[in-house]
Design a protein around this ligand. Structure first.
Ligand SMILES: [Zn+2]
Length: 621
């Protein structure tokens, strides 16, 4: 092979010479290799310099447009005046300017051309160019009309979802009121009505989803993605089938524990509603519209954070969360955070409203970090404040000269969520609460009920996230699920993964999947939450056992600089390093649900005892 290559390189005229004298051939080879090596070196340096120039120019313009969009978006989320569309129009216009730039034909062509010479580029350059192409694929100029149609269709879908008038017995009710019934009512008839009412919105969203299925797939295809779901998954550096296999693995690992929870719930709820024990769980029996969080099934006695926070102020709650991070060696939040954030509820008589969903923002990808919350001194906001500041400290940590702005993100999308949720979990553990004066020392807490409560939240969620939701979206986009099978398939998946059945026959006039917000406006990313759940237990387990040398159920991170160092090692590189390598280097392990299982091990033994003699109906995998 190499000889052919030599001759080929030397040109057709040298063939005879090569056959005659091997020494001359070798000499020519060495000469050519040397000179072409020199040539390669020169051109590699040129390509590198050209690519850097492109990346720098792209970054400068992108940062400007992105900041303008973030500011416009911030205004439209923090200052909502009914009937006044000024802010939302400004936000849309800024988004259009940003996406026109990121999806421009010129940028796509340049990034593609440079990536064809990958071997001449630095790894960090390759990552940034791939990031540029990834952003371009969402709104490419090469599919301009489809992009326009898609943005309009997404806006219309969101408006239908949020503007829907839910009704029970002909009377308008809010989603919160429906949730309240599902959380607290022991009357099966009342529960059924509430559940059915919550699913009516699906009917008006079904056509819209079919349209978005087509448009989302069509907009990413010009850049070589087979479907929208594979496009979203590619951010993890994985193929669609690889992601599905990872999710199935989590599901297999957790199945024995989930089977115990499934059996427990069937029997306990049948007792509560005074009904025969069903083979599978009727969807309207669970305390959540999608059966994704069952934790309201049990109450934990002895821990009353609401009571402990009653006399504190909302400001105290946010300061307390900041203090937690400072105690781990993070810096105080910049003064601009306190000046520019919108942290507290607007008064009832205020001329404007704001988005009440909590969020954390990194507006300029430099120092302008803000949070949008409506903090009140209660347990929910206490944990949310810790969660949101987790995002903020992640932003602050990867804003450093080693991480170019294009890579200032979580190691993957799930890392960001995992960090905040883990700190939220840690801030709720008893020794931490005692240390902060939020729980009386030696208060009696039913540890097993607490663990059960946590499992009904974190573990019961997993088959929904890994199975029902992620499989549905995978089949929707990658396998072009036909519109007249949406509902049938949704319930097949709910039965297979969650062991849940609809309380009444659900025909194709409904779209029960459409009632889930993310299906409409955060498409094909739901596995992020499943991965974040697994990851947070893995990181928490490492911190508890290896750093703090404490039982993972009763930890106190407060004031521990080594914990801070560990978190910063993960946070500092942003997405400039492969997330799998980061996990392996920091914990010595690959991503798996093992730590989550170990955390709930005592509960497994307890449930086996409680479920003794009961019939298990959910198949083992
Ligand atoms: Zn979050």
């Amino acid at each position: 092979m190499s000889r052919v290559a030599i001759i080929g390189n030397a040109g057709a005229g040298k063939t005879t010479l090569a056959l005659k004298c091997i020494c001359i051939t070798l000499a020519i080879f060495l000469l050519l290799a040397f000179s072409s090596g020199k040539q390669n070196a020169a051109s590699a340096a040129d390509v590198k310099a050209d690519a850097q120039k492109f990346i720098d120019e792209f970054t400068a313009e992108w940062l400007k447009l992105r900041y303008a969009y973030s500011l416009a978006s911030w205004n439209s989320n923090t200052h909502i005046v009914e009937g006044d569309e000024t802010n939302s129009k400004a936000e849309n216009a800024a988004l259009e300017r940003l996406t026109t730039f990121t999806g421009s034909r010129e940028n796509i062509e340049k990034a593609t051309t440079f990536l064809k010479q990958k071997e001449k580029l630095a790894p960090l350059q390759v990552e940034q160019l791939e990031r540029i192409l990834y952003m371009a694929a969402e709104y490419p100029e090469t599919a301009k009309d489809l992009v326009k149609e898609r943005i309009a269709a997404e806006t219309a879908q969101t408006e239908k979802l949020y503007g829907f008038d839910f009704k029970i017995d002909g009377k308008s009710v809010t989603p919160n009121q429906i949730d309240e019934i599902l959380r607290t009512s022991n009357d099966p008839a009342e529960r059924r009505k509430a559940w059915l009412a919550s699913k009516e919105v699906g009917k008006v969203l079904k056509d819209g989803l079919a349209n978005l299925q087509r448009l989302r797939n069509a907009t990413v295809k010009p850049l070589g993605y087979s479907s929208y779901v594979n496009y979203q998954i590619s951010e993890y550096g994985m193929s669609g089938p690889e992601m599905m296999e990872l999710l199935d693995k989590f599901n297999r690992e957790l199945r024995p524990l989930y089977r115990e929870l499934h059996t427990y719930a069937r029997y306990e709820l049948a007792k509560r509603y005074n009904q025969p024990v069903p083979d599978q769980l009727p969807a309207d029996w669970l305390p959540n519209r999608w059966a994704q969080d069952w934790s309201d099934m049990v109450k934990v006695e002895g821990l009353d954070i609401n009571a402990a926070l009653k006399d504190k102020s909302a400001e105290w709650v946010v300061k307390q969360a900041e203090q937690f991070y400072i105690s781990l060696g993070f810096p105080p939040l910049p003064p601009s955070f306190w000046e520019k954030s919108s942290l507290y509820p607007v008064p009832a008589n205020s001329p404007f409203k704001k988005n009440t969903h909590a969020s954390a923002w990194h507006l300029d990808l430099q120092s302008d970090v803000r949070s949008l919350m409506s903090v009140e001194p209660n347990a929910d906001w206490y944990s949310t404040a810790h969660h949101e500041l987790g995002h903020i400290y992640y932003y602050i940590s990867y804003t450093n000269p080693n991480v170019p702005p294009l890579l200032r993100e979580g190691a993957n999308r799930a890392y960001h969520e995992a960090m905040g949720t883990m700190i939220g979990l840690a801030a709720m553990q008893k020794p931490f609460l005692e240390g902060r004066g939020l729980a009386p020392k030696n208060a009696k807490v039913d540890e097993m009920q607490l663990l059960l409560h946590e499992a009904l939240n974190y573990v019961a969620y997993m088959p929904f996230a890994t199975g029902t939701m992620s499989r549905f979206e995978y089949d929707l986009y990658e396998n072009n699920l036909p519109k007249d099978e949406y509902n049938k398939h949704w319930w097949e998946l709910a039965l297979k993964y969650q062991g849940i059945v609809p309380p009444v026959e659900r025909g194709e006039e409904y779209c029960d999947a459409c009632t889930k917000t993310h299906i409409n406006d955060d498409a094909a990313q739901y596995y992020d939450y499943a991965i974040a759940n697994v990851l947070l237990f893995q990181l928490h387990d490492h911190i508890a056992r290896k750093i703090l040398k404490q039982d993972p159920h009763v930890t106190n991170y407060y004031g521990n600089k080594a914990v801070g160092d560990f978190l910063r090692t993960i946070m500092r590189p942003g997405s400039s390093r492969d997330w799998r390598a980061v996990l392996r280097e920091t914990t010595g392990e690959d991503l798996s649900a093992k730590a989550m299982l170990r955390y709930f091990e005592p509960l497994m033994a307890y449930l086996k005892k409680v479920n003794a003699g009961r019939k298990y109906t959910l198949p083992e995998i």
